[in-house]
Design a protein around this ligand. Structure first.
Ligand code: SAM
Length: 320
């Protein structure tokens, strides 16, 4: 276990200063990014506004939205460290029932800047809204790009338990020896369990809806654990992690928890205040967080919501 860099409450600076361990800027992302030095951020991780009419969004046309995003991404490229990464988490823009997968639109913007795609991570939800005229959407993606071919990737920090640790080589020079890694396996590019539990708390099981330890009033907050995996894999202790659309500061909490320097910009004062409160609660030891790597809750089948409703039990099976 590493020693915590943040062993006591740290000052939260409202604007960038080189020695700051935490910077939380209230205002437009572009104004903040322009105040940062070249190459100063090791990981930019964000879920940008989606143009989907959430509480904080005005609906503008997709073209206008993408043009504005392209300008911001070019600015972000300037501040990204030569060995750094950008993780861009997006879903779909939907207009009159037509789906526009945002990562397809974003990909060429990053490529134009010369970035390298390392993974298109599928963040899969087991639960969600049920659509009537198309299949229900059950995943979003995280595009992970690096600025160069020489980048930080700490696989050993994020290994997960293997399903069959007892597997052995059955041929070749290592025959009979364990074939896996004693520290676990690569978590792969499909991130399921963590998202499934997160979503199930909000969408599907009403009696646990308000009980998820991390939930705030923000409509689409990151689970801290999701950011933590990226922070651990793509940065080293003391590196700067920046969420340009910080919301209620989940990325800042993840960075601080893992002894990285944290920065965020957010236009809404309410969300900035919540981020302050969450960081203070973290330092006081009162912030409730789902521990990283905690096994996902599996229903036993005995829960009320897992039972077939009695009204359906007498109906004949529908023909398939
Ligand atoms: C999808 S949410 C991010 C939520 C965040 N990942 C969290 O865990 O709380 C996008 C955020 O971007 C903020 N935002 C939108 N446009 C912005 C801008 N131009 N500058 C700064 N923040 C902006 C919104 O207020 C919103 O909180």
């Amino acid at each position: 276990m590493s020693l915590p860099l943040f062993d006591a409450p740290k000052e939260i600076y409202p604007a960038f200063v080189a020695e700051a361990e935490i910077v939380l800027f209230q205002g437009d992302v572009n104004d903040f990014v322009d105040s940062l030095p070249d190459g100063s951020v090791k990981l930019i991780i964000t879920s940008p506004p989606y143009n989907l009419r959430k509480a904080y969004e005005d609906k503008i046309s997709i073209q206008k939205y993408l043009t504005a995003q392209q300008r911001t991404i070019a600015r972000l490229h300037r501040i990204l460290h030569p060995q750094g990464s950008i993780c861009w988490q997006v879903g779909n823009f939907v207009e009159k029932g037509e789906v526009f997968p945002l990562d397809i639109y974003y990909y060429p913007m990053f490529k134009e800047l010369g970035l390298f795609l390392r993974n298109r991570i599928i963040w899969h939800f087991g639960h969600g809204l049920h659509t009537q005229k198309r299949f229900s959407g059950r995943y979003e993606t995280i595009l992970w790009f690096t600025k160069s071919e020489n980048y930080t990737f700490n696989l050993d920090s994020v290994r997960v338990p293997s399903k069959y640790p007892g597997k052995r080589h059955y041929k070749g020079p290592n025959v009979g020896k364990p074939s896996g890694n004693p520290n676990g396996k690569n978590p792969s590019d499909v991130w399921e369990g963590l998202a499934e539990e997160w979503e199930s708390c909000f969408w599907e099981i009403p009696n646990v809806k308000s009980n998820h330890p991390e939930k705030t009033e923000h409509p689409c907050q990151f689970p801290v654990e999701l950011v933590e995996r990226c922070v651990l894999a793509l940065t080293n202790e003391g590196d700067r992690v920046f969420d340009p659309y910080a919301g209620v500061g989940s990325a800042l909490v993840a960075a601080v928890k893992q002894n990285r320097r944290a920065m965020g910009s957010e236009q809404e004062a309410d969300y900035v205040n919540i981020t302050h409160e969450r960081l203070q609660a973290y330092f006081n030891g009162t912030l409730k967080l789902r521990p990283i790597g905690k096994p996902v809750h599996k229903p036993t089948g005995k829960e009320k919501v897992a039972q077939i409703p009695h009204e359906w039990q007498e109906q004949p099976q529908q023909a398939r």
